[in-house]
Ligand binder design. Structure first.
Ligand SMILES: Nc1ncnc2c1ncn2[C@@H]1O[C@H](COP(=O)(O)OP(=O)(O)O)[C@@H](O)[C@H]1O
Ligand SMILES: N[C@@H](CCOP(=O)(O)O)C(=O)O
Length: 289
């Protein structure tokens, strides 16, 4: 049986809006059961479609329109519409499904380009395909990606109960920034990227909370962000950022502080689930048993 496994991703890392993301240790898994008369997508993921309108199948048919329908069994640890790249994991799984069923032998770069074109931004799909922490951008008809070393911290993941569709969180962003705002925001992002590659984690820690592109505008959609950022700092965490388009909040912490940070958040009455994740070096995986 063919099994496809795709990691969740945490994108932006603050100033790295639409260009920095990392694969994290929860997964979407697609088991390809057998050929069928029509696409059947078995899952317990709420009101997502169970037929050819499911995003996984939609993506596969975009890549290989003549695929024979199959019965798929989908399980996922990734909360939908929560800022952990669930839509990207579905897109990447769909590309891999087409790649395997139609024997396309797509190179990773091609998968990233296709996925970026579908998702509209590469910061989730690139690490979901390549694994690790990726800094990248579309340049003409190419996708340029630079891998950076994995962050040396625990990923304390605070997952609010409410959904926040990425489209809704993008709708509150300004259409333009002034030249001064844009150059300042870019300088912060550029320096963050350089510090990530150079493993200058003192600089990383200072810049992760200095985003000017999206968090100032999204703050009102995720009211816990400011409070959790303060509590985390008081408990000794390194930095806090809005994971993807939210509402998940990612707190980076040295292992020696993690328990204290979790206690500080829960002790303040913030009762949403918290998972301590790690970054993962491997992206999409295929298993044939
Ligand atoms: N595991 C999945 N299988 C199929 N479609 C999915 C899956 N996860 C997300 N989607 C699609 O993506 C949409 C949510 O995407 P988005 O708003 O970008 O949130 P996020 O990427 O943070 O989960 C869902 O409404 C659904 O259409
Ligand atoms: N750069 C995007 C990232 C969206 O990530 P998701 O996990 O919320 O889909 C944005 O901030 O809109």
């Amino acid at each position: 049986m063919l099994t496809i496994k795709v990691p969740a991703t945490s994108a932006n890392l603050g100033p790295g809006f639409d260009s920095i993301g990392m694969a994290v240790s929860i997964y979407l898994t697609v088991k390809v059961i057998e050929p069928a008369a029509a696409w059947q997508v078995e899952h317990d993921l709420g009101d997502l479609p169970h037929d050819e309108t499911n995003l996984i199948v939609q993506t596969a048919l975009k890549v290989a329109p003549d695929l024979t329908p199959h019965h798929l069994q989908v399980t996922s640890e990734i909360p939908v519409a929560h800022g952990l790249g669930s839509s990207s994991s579905a897109i990447v799984a769909g590309i891999e499904l087409a790649n395997q069923l139609a024997d396309l032998q797509l190179p990773a770069e091609q998968k990233v380009l296709i996925a970026s074109q579908i998702e509209g931004h590469p910061d989730n799909v690139a690490p979901a395909i390549l694994g690790g922490l990726v800094i990248g951008t579309k340049a003409g008809e190419k996708f340029l990606a630079v891998p950076a070393p994995a962050l040396p911290w625990d990923l304390i993941t605070y997952i609010p109960a409410y959904n926040l569709a990425t489209a809704d969180a993008r709708a509150v962003l300004p259409a333009t920034l002034s030249f001064q705002e844009a150059t300042h925001a870019s300088a912060i992002a550029n320096t963050l990227a350089a510090a990530l590659v150079a493993q200058q984690y003192e600089v990383v820690a200072q810049l992760l909370e200095q985003d000017q592109f999206h968090e100032p505008f999204r703050q009102r959609l995720v009211p816990e962000l400011t409070t959790i950022r303060r509590l985390a700092h008081e408990a000794g965490a390194v930095a806090t950022y809005l994971s993807g388009a939210g509402p998940t909040i990612m707190i980076l912490s040295g292992p020696d502080c993690t328990a204290k940070v979790v206690q500080a958040i829960q002790g303040a009455g913030l009762q949403a689930p918290i998972q301590v994740l790690t970054s993962v070096a491997t992206g999409v995986q295929v298993e044939r048993a």
